[in-house]
Design a protein around this ligand. Structure first.
Ligand code: DGJ
Length: 746
């Protein structure tokens, strides 16, 4: 065995074992074909000089690779990165069209390298290490025995997280072109189907709802073909056991660090093998790999939990907030913001904005964000995108003066952009019709009256960089909201040759990433919040560039319980954009108390999105208390461990809590959707506390042990006359009631 801390290699029998104190991942090189056989992934196991005992091999009726060998069928071999066209009839992890037109490859093992730390992926977002000692990376080098194509499979195992990341890389070292028609980032054949599939799905204004269903024979594919990860399926899936709960049981998470078209699929065959794969959506994808070119896939982050969904989520949270999010804002307290959108929509002028900003500053709000409508002549959603110059009708003194006046109030200033879009009435559209994604001579569909700029074309990206740079170099701006409000149709780029049209979707998102990269290199202090009509591009790729993402255009507190609960399955609270908005709510017309609106929004980045000048003085007092509260607890909220306690998907009551890393303090959010007559007693059992520590529960004076709070819980009854220790306030006889409790070690 070759010595390495996290990657153990049995040199004689070509077995690889990635392991840390929580997980193990084992595969080997097949003796005959030199392709890779998957052996195990799950809770950590002892290293062994041979993992032979994990091999399942039986002669069955099947196509076999070798004559006189009736167990050389890939249909009956668990694989690491299955190929197409020989003896396996399931979906392969990659598909390559060779110069002769055939699609047969045979990537055989050549050698491996082990690297300290984690290499970057050029042009793509990815998790990273700060110190080489945090992780080790195994690269398996394979070569097609028929052509001059090479394949590298990368596996990084983190030392202190139950995490392995995977990706692949195709290199053309020959002299002819090949076409990649599919290039998934990872594939695993689990030797069983004893799982349920958990995933996040939805639509505009109801993103990231949680679904869970048993696996059955056949394929279940979650995907996007719209040019962004989209709200319909999040680029995430988990395999969980039937008995897995939030707090117990196994969960295998797969999360894709990518913002474009993706596919996440489980295929169960009749032999109870579950093939999980994830990567760029092969539908409508084709990539011409010219001689000396390399194609790198984005990475998949695989998390194993033996303690339920909360542990899986906490692993993602810890990794994503510390080793995916980057830059100054990764570890800096996020400012409490007020956003102008629901306050004014397009109808504002300098006085109105300053009025809102002034009253916000008086209440303690730290950042004013001027949303859509400040540029061109944009009074509705039908124009001016792509003309990023200030509208002097609304802001006659320009952005500079407005920003100065806002800064004079002691606030930071933020601005909305939708860089990828263009409206017909702009110079950029009229002068460069071919910069719009469309097929010349054919109808082009609009979405929200707007068209999509071809970000696969570097000239387009340059233009947008220059337009944004003009503003950013002139105006003091500390925050940018980067919006994206429609998806790609009539996908065709006038910039790409006919044989490269299948590259458009991927090149588009690489263009988006490159604009982020350039802006952030020049303006490293700006806080970016990404957005796509709400959470339409809430994915780990975006998180790399923007540590916070607007979770949904639905700002209703009750709807947000589901959206934020689901979003927290993968994404940390510090990334979940959440605001208090006015009532009746603009999306659903519901009237919720201002306390509940904040009590939900506290478990996110927190801000306001309403015309604060219209609040009564009583409401303003409440708002100012909410702001003081969030300032006091935001570090705890954004850096603690989040526990989901009671799900809005199957209960009228919802509970969650965040516990400080040292378990001395916690904040609990408890919510009642509808008020019920003569309701049963409810107990909220807490999690994550130190069972031997005593904690004071506030409001109130109860002192309870951690194990008492975890096993007995807090009583929430509606009308407990006997004791005052029900944690509802006196008047809970109303719908949409909620409560925040604080717990501190005494
Ligand atoms: C959609 C976003 O999600 C909203 O918050 C707002 O910015 C609008 N776009 C502006 O057009």
């Amino acid at each position: 065995m070759k010595a390495s801390n996290l990657i153990k290699v049995n040199e004689t029998n070509f077995e690889f074992h990635l392991t840390n104190k929580s997980i193990s991942y084992v595969f080997r090189v097949l003796e005959n074909s030199k392709q890779l056989e998957h052996l195990y992934y799950g809770k950590n196991i002892h290293h062994s000089s041979s993992f032979d005992y994990l091999i399942e091999r039986e002669s069955r009726p099947a196509n076999n690779l070798y004559e006189d060998n009736h167990t050389s069928s890939f249909e009956h071999t668990k694989q690491e990165y299955p190929s197409f066209g020989t003896t396996d009839f399931r979906e392969p992890a990659f598909l390559i069209k060779n110069p002769a037109g055939d699609k047969i490859t045979h990537f055989a093992y050549e050698d491996y390298t082990v690297l300290e730390g984690k290499p970057k992926i050029e042009g793509l977002p990815a998790t990273y290490t700060e110190l080489d000692s945090e992780a080790e990376t195994l690269c398996i080098h394979l070569k097609d025995i028929y052509t001059d194509l090479k394949l590298n499979l990368y596996y990084t195992i983190y030392k202190d997280h139950p995490v392995i990341t995977r990706r692949s890389e195709f290199i053309n070292v020959g002299s002819q072109n090949h076409f990649l028609e599919s290039a998934m980032s990872m594939s695993i054949d689990f030797p069983e189907d004893n799982f349920e599939l958990l995933h996040l799905n939805g639509a505009w204004a109801r993103e990231n709802h949680v679904s869970r269903e048993p696996l059955t024979v056949g394929k279940k594919s979650l995907s996007s073909a719209r040019g962004a990860s989209g709200p319909v399926n999040n680029p995430f899936l988990a395999l969980v056991r039937e008995e897995t709960t939030e707090h117990s049981g196994e969960a295998y998470g797969f999360s894709f660090v990518y913002s474009g078209n993706f596919k996440a699929q489980v295929e169960v065959n009749t032999y109870n093998v579950s093939r999980v794969m994830m990567g760029i959506n092969p539908f409508n994808f084709s990539w011409k790999l010219e001689p000396n070119e390399t194609f790198s896939t984005p990475e998949v982050v695989m998390v194993y939990s033996d303690k339920g969904l909360n542990k899986m989520s906490q692993t993602y949270h810890n990794l994503y907030r510390s080793r995916l999010a980057r830059g100054k804002w990764r570890d800096t307290d996020r400012p409490i913001l007020i956003n102008s959108w629901e306050a004014t929509y397009y109808d504002f002028n300098e006085d109105k904005i300053l009025d809102i900003a002034k009253q916000s500053a008086e209440l303690g709000i730290e950042l004013f964000v001027l949303d859509d409508g400040w540029f061109g002549q944009r009074d509705t959603d039908d124009g001016s995108l792509g003309n990023w110059t200030v509208d002097k009708r609304k802001l006659p003194n320009g952005l500079n003066v407005l920003s100065e006046k806002i800064h004079d109030l002691g606030m930071k200033f933020g601005l909305w952009f939708e860089p990828e879009m263009v409206s017909k009435d702009t110079k950029i559209f009229k002068e460069n019709p071919n910069w719009v994604i469309h097929v010349p001579g054919k109808n082009v569909s609009h979405g929200r009256n707007q068209y999509i700029l071809d970000f696969s074309n570097p000239d387009v990206v340059n233009n947008l960089f220059n337009q944004m740079d003009n503003i950013l170099s002139d105006v003091k701006i500390e925050y940018i909201k980067w919006d994206m409000n429609r998806y790609i149709s009539e996908a065709y780029s006038s910039h790409l040759n006919a044989d490269r049209q299948g590259e458009l979707f991927h090149r588009y998102i690489l263009g988006v990433y490159s604009l982020f990269e350039r802006l952030q290199e020049k303006y490293p202090d700006i806080l970016f919040e990404s957005c796509a009509g709400g959470g339409g591009r809430f994915d780990p790729g975006m998180l790399y560039y923007s540590p916070q993402i607007w979770a949904s255009d639905d700002t209703d507190a009750i709807e947000r319980l589901k959206i934020q609960y689901g979003t927290s399955m993968v994404y940390p609270l510090s990334s979940i954009g959440s605001h208090v908005s006015e009532i009746p709510n603009h999306q659903v017309g519901r009237n919720t108390p201002i306390e509940t609106r904040a009590n939900v929004a506290f478990f996110g980045t927190f801000g306001y999105e309403l015309d604060i000048t219209k609040l009564s003085s009583e409401e303003k007092n409440i708002v100012s208390e909410q702001i003081a509260f969030f300032k006091k607890y935001r570090t705890l909220i954004h850096s603690g461990n989040f526990y989901r306690l009671k799900s809005p998907f199957n209960s009228n009551e919802v509970g969650w809590m965040v516990v400080s890393q040292n378990r001395t303090e916690a904040l609990i959010g408890y919510y009642q959707v509808l008020s019920q007559p003569n309701a049963p007693y409810e107990r909220l059992k807490l999690k994550g506390l130190d069972e031997n520590k005593k904690y004071k529960v506030s409001p109130g004076n109860e002192i309870r042990y951690g194990n008492d709070l975890e096993n007995i819980g807090l009583l929430f009854s509606q009308n407990n006359h006997k004791r005052k220790s029900s944690y509802w306030s006196q008047n809970n006889k109303s719908d949409f009631n909620s409560r925040i409790l604080h717990i501190e070690e005494v």
